[in-house]
Design a binder for this molecule. Structure first.
Ligand code: F3S
Length: 398
C-alpha cells in the first residue's frame, strides 16, 4: 500500500505511540486486503467497550493507547457492559462497575464521545450519502452502508480505533464502487405487519443471501425503526453489511437487478419465528431496544405501559442511548415506564451486559437480541412490542 510522506512519519512514530500502533494495524489490514492507499474518514464508531468482553487484557491495551492517543475525527462509542449511572439498579456488581468505569475513562482520555449506543446515527454521528467512515458494530455498519448510503467496512474494535487516531482507513472492500454491487435479487412476497417481522425477514434474507449482497424488491414502505431492526438481523444471520431495498434505500435507481434470485414467502417468515423462538412460557427478562430504542419507540412503550404494572418475577428493560433517555425524561415517557416498574438500560444492552446465569428466559422484539441471548444460555421469544409488553406485565408468553 502506498503511503504519503505524512503517513510514513506516523508509521515511524513521529506522532507518538498510539498513532504508530494504529498505522501498523491499518497498513497490515491494507496489505492483507489489497488496498492501494489510505482514505480520510468522516467519523468512527468504536465497538469493544464492555469490560465483559474486553477483560483486563483489553483494558490494559486501551490504557496504553490512551497515554498519547487522541482521536482526529468525530468518534462515538458502542454500548458498554452497564448503565453508566444506574448500574446498581440493573444488578451490576461493584467490581464489574469499577472495571467498566476504567474502560470508559480510557476512551474519554482519547477524546471519544462517551455515547455508548449502537445507534450513533440517532444521536449526532450521521454521515452523509457516499461519505467514507470507519464504523464497527454490525447493525450500525449495515445501517450506515444501506440506509444512509455511507461507505464503511465492518471494522473490529482495534481497527476502528486505529482509524480514529489516524483519521483514515485503508481503501478496500465496501469503500469501492465495484464491491458494492448487489448480486442476488430477493423478492419479498409476504407482508410485514409488526416490528419483529423485520427481524424475521433479516433472518430469512441473511440465510438465503449467504455471502451475497441482496437487492430486495416487493417492500412498499419501511419506517426507520423497522430498517434498523432489519439491519441488525440481516447481518447477524447473514454475512454482508450492505443491502438495497428498491424504492426505499438510496442508490437503487442506477442498479441492475441481479440475475441470481430468491424469494421470501409467508412460510419462510413463519419458519424464522419457529427457529428463533424456544419452548418457554415463564419470562424472566423482557428487553426491548436492540438496536437501541429511538425516542419514537420509547413514546410507544410509554403509551402501552401507562397504568400497567410489570410482573413481580419479571424484569422489563428499555435499552436506549442516554440522549434518547434525556428526551424521554423531558417528555414524561420515562416516568410512565418507571412507574409501571420498567427500568431503563441506557449505555448498554442485553448482549454486552454480564447477564449469563442471571435470567433463564428472554422476550424481545429483536432477532439479533435472541441470537446473542442464546449465547448467554437464555431461552428466547421474539414478538411484537405489544406481545413483549404483555409478557412484561403477566410474566408469561402466551
Ligand atoms: Fe445494539 Fe446490543 Fe442489539 S449493541 S444491536 S442493542 S445486541
Amino acid at each position: 500500500m502506498e503511503l504519503t510522506k505524512e503517513e510514513e512519519k506516523m508509521l515511524n512514530g513521529e506522532e507518538g505511540y498510539a498513532v504508530r500502533k494504529s498505522m501498523e494495524i491499518l497498513t497490515a489490514l491494507g496489505d492483507i486486503y489489497g488496498a492501494d492507499r489510505l482514505i480520510r474518514v468522516g467519523s468512527v464508531q468504536v465497538a469493544g467497550v464492555s469490560y465483559h468482553n474486553l477483560g483486563d487484557a483489553g483494558l490494559e491495551f486501551l490504557n496504553e493507547l490512551a497515554k498519547d492517543g487522541r482521536v482526529k475525527v468525530l468518534t462515538t462509542l458502542n454500548p458498554a457492559g452497564m448503565d453508566l449511572e444506574n448500574w446498581r439498579q440493573l444488578g451490576i456488581s461493584e467490581e464489574f462497575a469499577a472495571k467498566q468505569n476504567l474502560v470508559i475513562d480510557a476512551f474519554d482520555r482519547m477524546g471519544i464521545l462517551i455515547s455508548c449506543t449502537c445507534t450513533p446515527y440517532l444521536i449526532g454521528n450521521l454521515p452523509r450519502y457516499g461519505e467514507h467512515v470507519a464504523w464497527s458494530e454490525s447493525s450500525a455498519v449495515t445501517f450506515a452502508n444501506s440506509v444512509i448510503g455511507a461507505r464503511t467496512n465492518r471494522e473490529g474494535g482495534p481497527s476502528a480505533l486505529a482509524a480514529a487516531f489516524v483519521g483514515k482507513t485503508p481503501r478496500y472492500g465496501l469503500h469501492l464502487d465495484e464491491k458494492r454491487i448487489p448480486n442476488i435479487h430477493v423478492r419479498v412476497n409476504t407482508s410485514l405487519t409488526k416490528l419483529s417481522d423485520w427481524g424475521a425477514l433479516g433472518y430469512v434474507i441473511g440465510k438465503k443471501a449467504e455471502n451475497k449482497i441482496p437487492f430486495i424488491t416487493g417492500i412498499r414502505e419501511a419506517e426507520l425503526d423497522e430498517l434498523k431492526s432489519f439491519c441488525a438481523s440481516v447481518v447477524t444471520y447473514g454475512a454482508q453489511p450492505l443491502f438495497y431495498i428498491q424504492g426505499i434505500t438510496p442508490g437503487t435507481d442506477n442498479l441492475s437487478v441481479p440475475s441470481d434470485n430468491a424469494t421470501v414467502e409467508e412460510h419462510d417468515l413463519k419458519e424464522a419465528y419457529d427457529n428463533i423462538n424456544d419452548q418457554v412460557t415463564d419470562i424472566e427478562l423482557v428487553c426491548v431496544g436492540c438496536p437501541h430504542c429511538s425516542i419514537k419507540e420509547i413514546a410507544q412503550i410509554a403509551k402501552l405501559m401507562e397504568g400497567k404494572r410489570v410482573a413481580e418475577n419479571t424484569e422489563f428493560w428499555v435499552a436506549t442511548s442516554r440522549t434518547a433517555k434525556q428526551i424521554a425524561d423531558k417528555r414524561g415517557y420515562s416516568e410512565i415506564i418507571e412507574r409501571a416498574g420498567g427500568k431503563f438500560a441506557c449505555d448498554t444492552c442485553m448482549a454486552v451486559a454480564p447477564l449469563k446465569g442471571r435470567f433463564k428466559s428472554l422476550a424481545t422484539t429483536s432477532a439479533k437480541g435472541c441470537f446473542y441471548s442464546r449465547q448467554n444460555k437464555m431461552l428466547t421469544k421474539m414478538g411484537s412490542l405489544e406481545e413483549c409488553l404483555e409478557a412484561a406485565v403477566t410474566g408469561k408468553w402466551n
